[in-house]
Design a protein around this ligand. Structure first.
Ligand SMILES: Nc1ncnc2c1ncn2[C@@H]1O[C@H](COP(=O)(O)OP(=O)(O)OP(=O)(O)O)[C@@H](O)[C@H]1O
Length: 243
């Protein structure tokens, strides 16, 4: 008679397929210095970080610590004074402005104040605009707009303009707009600022959902300690450095 064996958990774990995730962003020793009134202001002081596919990372730090400056460099809206940023394996930091703009339009999505919703356009038209900007053929717009607004739970608000939506709903339209062209990377500057804790939780749930369904990676800044637990990694920033 066979003697019952205790289940070998270690062997079972070894059989689980471990798929190594690729680095989407690699940041090496990035510095950013501004000239202010003739003297240098060192805002980023040697940043090293990485973001893998389908990961959510957060940059947390006090006001003025350099979070937005770093996010601007990651999105190619600004360039580092020193160091390198590799995006999808290519040297993003040394590309020409035109090359960077092309990469940004095709592969990145932004939830920044400066890329906010157009006030006179409906939710549907706002999302359509980003497909137009990314050069997606018009024939594909309708389905993709519906799909993105469904993803953020706003299919019943498609024809509302921003002022006819709540703050949380507007932020969800901004997410739909930012992911419409299927970017690899979504950069979000304080996406839950101005929202109450319930709405912030909803936005984070949408982020987790799109990471799963759209295979996007997200890097966001936050001041909010209540949402940190959903991050794969939190980088704490103090005075231009990670601690
Ligand atoms: N273009 C610029 N020229 C000069 N100084 C700048 C420039 N951009 C940012 N700074 C300075 O860099 C520092 C960091 O600013 P940054 O906006 O990155 O901080 P932050 O951590 O995002 O702050 P907040 O949480 O308030 O948005 C600030 O002292 C700011 O004044």
């Amino acid at each position: 008679m066979a003697i019952p064996q205790e289940e070998d958990k270690s062997t079972e774990a070894q059989l689980e397929p471990t798929v190594e995730k690729r680095n989407l962003l690699t940041v090496n020793d990035v510095e950013r210095t501004f000239q202010v009134g003739g003297s240098p202001l060192h805002v980023l002081k040697g940043i090293r970080m990485e973001l893998k596919e389908s990961q959510l990372i957060m940059l947390r730090g006090r006001s003025g610590s350099g979070k937005t400056t770093l996010l601007n460099c990651l999105g190619g809206l600004d360039t580092p004074s020193k160091g390198e940023i590799l995006f999808n394996g290519s040297p993003f930091h040394s590309m020409s402005d035109n090359q960077r703009t092309l990469v940004r339009r095709k592969h990145m999505g932004f939830i920044f104040q400066a890329f906010a919703l157009m006030p006179l356009l409906s939710a549907r038209e706002n999302v359509e605009l980003s497909l137009r900007m990314a050069g997606i053929p018009r024939a594909e717009w309708k389905d993709r707009v519906v799909q993105c607004l469904e993803l953020v739970g706003l299919e019943r608000r498609m024809n509302h303009r921003p002022f006819e939506l709540s703050g949380g709903e507007q932020q969800r339209v901004a997410i739909a707009k930012a992911i419409a062209h299927k970017p690899m990377l979504l950069l979000a500057d304080e996406p839950t600022a101005e929202l109450d804790s319930g709405m912030s939780a909803q936005i984070m749930a949408v982020f987790q959902d799109i990471i799963r369904t759209e295979q996007v990676s997200i890097c966001m800044t936050t001041h909010d300690p209540t949402i940190l637990e959903v991050a794969d990694h939190v980088y704490e920033m103090v005075d231009g450095k990670f601690i």
